[in-house]
Design a protein around this ligand. Structure first.
Ligand code: NA7
Length: 537
């Protein structure tokens, strides 16, 4: 085991960036599994990554918690009990803090420290990593556990924001102290997952809430509930089988579709299936019914229409109701799970503004002015998302062989072999880098962390010092990423998964939308075949 005296070491085996789900497990695997010296740098003052920063009202997990966790330690699985189906942010953070304590990870993490630069030296096959605090550390391996979102909040450039007299926040950088919204006129811009989660909670507190919506969204009711002892007895007794199913499934969840095509059954049967899953709520609605919803337009239309009808049944005001009806196909954007989202628009103190029809023109000292009206606000909330996946990488000046930069290599979109490595950056591993799976992320993260640890172990056992993806393997994987995305509903709409949410950003798919279980097998096969597609020396 490493010495645990992180602050003293400036030459280590591995530097890991980030102490969220990815970085914590990577540290444990390398330090406790392989006996390496590891330093972890984390920008936040505590562990948690995305769960450290995203503290907005209503922030909660929307994967079922019993599988939104690590699976690698049987005792941890048996000891930890989530309060219910979709825990709120403080509980997910408490879980990660528990893991950090349990495996004694804190001594090797330097908090409040942003990695500003990393440079590869071909002669030594080592990285030199520089932090914002001016510390310089060298390492054989540079491993990014920087997530997809947390550090690269997107605030659109709207004229006049600097003149706004009230307070404004981004959901991804919510203050750690309480923000008192009681009696305030609050505006929320954005209706993605963060907006949809926060809007009902903010509406409870504010004197008036104005929602500025550009694109209406599908959302499935979470039907959050607390979990009783009986539920946990059952889950904990069957965890082996639950994980086996989750790790072989399409999305990293322990459920599969029902094997049928939507249009091969009668309308009556189809509606009964959707109704049953709707009553159950949550992400299972998206993954648990017909197998062709995510790639067949006609099949998808049946489920999209079903949700549109549900929205119409909930929202009472006809004008508001029509503004809330999405036109893109369900699952062409990352599915959203909510608690009372559409119901919130029935409140007298909530106004929905369609900023596609009447765009925001400017922010004034007293609020937001659209092309047709001015809305007076005390607080403005940007739920406007993130410069996802590439943003966190471009925020660090990473230089590979011969000074190669990611900004240049990825200017037409990111490219990486299995989401693990990118050409010109030897000995740099990415945990769920571009071209890896989305779905239930702890599962994707464990897949990569374990693969990386096994690979480093293999290298050490065989006296190898350097690994780099080959250009051929990277290009061929990028083709597969694009083919899978084009075949999926994700090609039918703009959003952060294809770079379309950031003006000027390259349009490219940043995830592999193929089958998660097969992706896992693929990673294992590549390793089993002597790391095919990688050059080792
Ligand atoms: P998202 O899903 O990217 O949502 C951002 C929202 O902000 C979305 O509704 C955008 O509208 C809206 N937006 C962005 N820019 C503007 C401007 N200029 N004017 C009006 N509205 C705007 O981010 P989230 O934080 O909600 O979720 C990100 C992921 O975090 C989520 O998928 C989960 O994986 C966790 P648009 O729809 O683009 O028209």
């Amino acid at each position: 085991m490493g010495s645990g005296n992180a602050a003293a070491r400036t030459d280590v085996d591995a530097v890991v960036i980030g102490a969220g789900f990815s970085g914590l497990y990577m540290l444990h695997k390398l330090r406790d599994g392989l006996g390496l010296n590891v330093r972890v740098f984390e920008a936040g003052q505590g562990v948690g990554g995305v769960w450290y920063w995203n503290r907005y009202p209503g922030a909660r997990c929307d994967s079922d918690a019993f599988v939104y966790c690590y699976s690698f330690d049987e005792q941890l699985l048996q000891d930890w009990t989530w309060s219910g189906k979709y825990p709120e942010q403080p509980e997910v953070l408490a879980y990660l803090e528990h893991v950090a304590d349990r495996f004694d990870l804190l001594p090797d993490i330097t908090f409040g420290t942003y990695v500003t630069a990393a440079e590869y030296d071909d002669a030594t096959a080592r990285w030199t990593v520089t932090t914002g605090a001016g510390e310089v550390v060298t390492a054989q391996f540079l491993i990014t556990g920087i997530g997809h979102l947390a550090i690269s909040k997107y605030v659109p450039e709207i004229p006049g924001l600097d003149t706004f007299a009230g307070d404004w926040y981004h959901t991804g950088g919510w203050p750690h102290e309480d923000v008192d919204l009681r009696g305030k006129r609050v505006g929320v811009i954005g209706t993605g997952s963060s907006g949809v989660q926060s809007i009902p909670v903010i509406a409870e507190q504010a004197s008036h809430l104005t929602v500025f919506q550009r694109t209406p969204q599908y959302s499935v009711p979470a039907r959050h509930e607390t979990a009783d002892e009986e539920f946990w007895r059952e889950v904990k007794a069957n965890y082996g089988e639950i994980w086996r199913r989750a790790k072989t499934s399409a999305g990293g969840f322990p459920w599969q579709h029902n094997g049928k095509r939507a249009l091969e059954v009668s309308e009556q049967e189809r509606l009964a299936t959707y109704e049953a899953l709707w009553a159950e709520g949550g992400i299972r609605f998206a993954v648990g019914s017909y197998r062709d919803l995510s790639y067949d337009d006609a099949a998808n239309a049946t489920v999209s229409d079903f949700i549109r009808d549900k929205i119409r049944q909930v929202v009472t005001d006809p004008e508001t109701r029509e503004k809330l009806i999405p036109t893109h196909p369900f699952m062409s954007r990352r599915p959203i799970v909510d608690t009372d989202y559409f119901e919130t628009y029935n409140r007298d103190d909530v106004t929905l503004v369609d900023v596609r029809g009447t765009p925001i023109v400017e922010i004034t000292p007293s609020g937001v002015r659209t092309s047709s009206a001015e809305y007076e606000l005390d607080v403005l909330v940007f739920a406007t998302g993130f410069d996802a996946v590439t943003g966190p990488y471009f925020n660090i000046d990473i230089r590979g062989r011969d000074g190669a930069t990611l900004t240049k290599n990825w200017d037409a979109g990111p490219r990486a072999y299995l989401g693990l490595q990118t050409v010109d950056f030897p000995n740099m591993f990415m945990i769920t880098g571009p071209g890896s799976t989305l779905g239930n992320l702890p599962n994707s993260i464990e897949t990569h962390v374990e693969w990386i640890a096994d690979c480093i172990d293999h290298m050490r056992r065989n006296g190898l010092t350097c690994i780099e993806a080959t250009a051929e393997a990277q290009e061929s994987w990028t083709d597969e990423v694009n083919t899978a995305a084009e075949a999926s509903m994700f090609s039918r709409a703009d959003s952060w998964v294809n770079g379309a949410n950031i003006p000027g950003k390259a349009r490219a798919y940043v995830f592999y939308f193929g089958h998660f279980g097969k992706f896992r097998q693929r990673c294992a096969r590549v390793a089993g075949n002597g790391y095919e597609g990688f050059h080792l020396r």
